[in-house]
Design a protein around this ligand. Structure first.
Ligand SMILES: Cc1ncc(COP(=O)(O)O)c(C=O)c1O
Length: 368
């Protein structure tokens, strides 16, 4: 059996290792999805579409027009329905964005630590990831991105709020990223899947400030609907025309029932209220995590968004937590610069978070 070089270069995510080693009843701070269920009215809209007989077949490749129109209304920058491509989650959105803009041997500048897909999808595009270390506050520095650009760079990725750090880029940074993309003629892939979960300050989209941006987002985290596989990409129509070719031949179309349900509910007040409730609960948990880490003595810049914290942790921390049935993810699963940190997800109950913090206190006492 022989396999393509492209798959041999990609490793299975380091997140899986800890999940596999964990006991079934372990307190899990490793999860990358909301622990809430999809709001009822969104589920009902999907069932209605199925019952009407509207969702049993393929849709148009780029997505149903109603959804593309609602997404264009939803985003924070001016957009038309024709500038929207509906994808199977943000994962596919990132994939089509890189496939359509990155040639064999090109470079893609990515944050380090950063979401695991950026490195892997760059390699799947037969291109070279160029990791950029974060600032001490775990945000991505536009100056460092600029320094990392070369004649071979075709794209760079910005993710705010970020996985695995919970960091939110300032408006100045976001504007600077958009300007870099315009000035250097490189495509900025902006992954905004956590845009509704910002606790301090505000979320800003680079597409508000520049033209060379492909915005990637999804219903996954916003609507607690990771299993629905519904994401989207917003970009200039010419970019969408190229990306849809990759999408057409790899996916045909995104999940039809999910498309109808999100079209019917994305801009509804009821949806806004449901998302706001989740956000408030995440924020309460964020505060518990920040206070707890401070008490435990693990240094961590306050995460302003998403549902992750990324504290420094002593060697042996992940395994010692696992032995006490607490799952956390080693920081180096997200890039070499994540070494010496762990990712904690607070997409789990307040009780579980408190239990985990108690365990961490014991672990730190033992390891120091
Ligand atoms: C930063 C980031 N981007 C993209 C994704 C993928 O999202 P989806 O489930 O919509 O494919 C995730 C999932 O964890 C993520 O954390």
């Amino acid at each position: 059996m022989e396999f393509a070089k492209r798959t041999q270069e990609i490793r299975i995510s380091g997140i899986r290792r800890v999940f596999e080693a964990a006991d079934e009843d372990a307190v899990n701070l490793g999860l990358g999805q909301p622990d809430f269920d999809t709001p009822d009215h969104v589920k009902e809209a999907a069932v209605d579409a199925l019952r009407r007989g509207d969702a049993g077949g393929y849709t148009s490749n780029a997505g149903i027009h109603e959804l593309r129109r609602e997404i264009a209304r939803y985003v924070e920058f001016p957009a038309d329905a024709e500038e929207v491509l509906v994808t199977s989650g943000a994962s596919e959105g990132l994939h089509v964005a890189l496939q359509a803009h990155v040639d064999v041997g090109d470079e893609v500048v990515i944050p380090d630590p950063g979401f695991v897909s950026y490195d892997a999808l760059t390699k799947i595009a037969d291109a070279e990831p160029v990791p950029v270390p974060l600032r001490d506050d775990l945000t991505l520095d536009p100056e460092r991105v600029k320094e990392a650009l070369s004649d071979d760079t075709s794209a760079f990725v910005v993710n705010s709020p970020a996985n695995p750090t919970g960091a939110v880029q300032s408006e100045d940074d976001v504007r600077a990223f958009a300007e870099i993309a315009d000035d250097h003629d490189v495509t900025l892939v902006s992954d905004e899947v956590y845009d509704r979960y910002v606790y301090d300050g505000e979320h800003h989209s680079p597409a508000e400030y520049g033209d060379n941006v492909v915005t990637v987002n999804a219903a996954s985290k916003t609507l607690a609907a990771t299993g629905w596989r519904l994401g989207y990409v917003v970009a200039d129509e010419r970019r969408v025309d190229e990306m849809v070719k990759i999408h057409q031949y790899s996916q045909a179309c995104a999940n039809a029932a999910a498309q109808h349900a999100v079209a019917d509910t994305l801009n509804a007040e009821e949806t806004d209220r449901a998302v706001e409730e989740m956000k408030e609960e995440f924020q309460r948990r964020r505060d518990i995590v920040v206070d707890g880490l401070d008490d435990v003595g693990l240094s961590c810049p306050t995460p302003s968004g998403a549902f992750y914290a990324f504290p420094e942790a002593p060697e042996g921390f992940v395994d010692a937590c696992l032995e006490r049935d607490v799952v956390v993810v080693p920081g180096d699963a997200f890039g070499d610069c994540g070494d010496g940190h762990v990712r904690l997800s607070y997409a789990t109950s307040r009780d579980d978070i408190r239990t985990a913090l108690d365990v961490m206190e014991d672990v730190v006492a033992e390891l120091r």
